[in-house]
Design a protein around this ligand. Sequence first.
Ligand code: DGY
Length: 314
Amino acid sequence: MVLLITRQVPEAVAARAEREFSTRALDMQGKFDAAVLLANLGGVDAILCTPADRFDAGLIGQLPQTVRVIGTFSVGLEHIDLAAAQARGIAICNTPDVLSVATAELALTLMLMAARRAGEGERLLRAGKWTGLTPTFHLGTGVAGKVLGILGMGRIGRELAEMARGLRMRIHYRNRTRLDSLLEAGAIHHDDDASFLAACDFLSINVPGGPATRHWLNAERISLLRPGAIVVNTGRGTTVDDAALTAALRSRHVAAAGLDVFSDEPAIDPGYLALENVVLLPHIGSATVEARNAMGFLALDGIAAVLGTGQSVI
Ligand code: DGY
């Protein structure tokens, strides 16, 4: 079976792919090039892609009939038109669960960095502007005893909650449905945005992208946050209205933000670049060796199961 891989994958994943398939590696960099993909699809049974590769209805319509499955190196599926794939009988497999710990760790990193102004402090030091310690120098905010509001209490949200409890934070959450008490583990559920946002000292966004969550964090909802709240986003950039968040960061209604995902990544809204009170990371939520290997293996399991070449079943 022929597997086309759009971008460079970890060595262990590439090695396994080569053992199990006849592989064609495109090693695309930067912007996804649909024409290059299409030119290389002759005889291909399966594609292993990434969230940076846009499989819209137009592209899916042009895939050769031989393509039976697309595996994506992500839990997110926003970059694939699922209805178009279904209409063509192409199976889709993604990589849930195995990246939850890594992504929660990064949300925690951003939260602490934003709270303690870590990015700003490092920039100051590297610029040779540190003149020494005074009791009022570079004051941040502590997290112990504060409320962490988690939007989206799925696998990543729940991992984050568990980690944050270790920091003695109090967990509130907003989710499509209330969790059972075992999964809730004492977290306070809110069934409306207003009470949820008013409770948050920290807000972590852990929902998928797509039309249902587009610009969920808009000016109106930001105004409902406690003044001085800190916002973290490791879900999808499209969930945040950048104009509204940058305005709130400028006015300090939102004291700081930590962002790993952006609406038009890798482009960044220039409004963020001008602000000291925002920590910006290049979509590295799942970028640990452990998570990326596990994601690659899971995607290969899914592809093999669809093609009937492997032992595992999805
Ligand atoms: C995902 O899996 O959707 C991440 O955002 C990419 O690692």
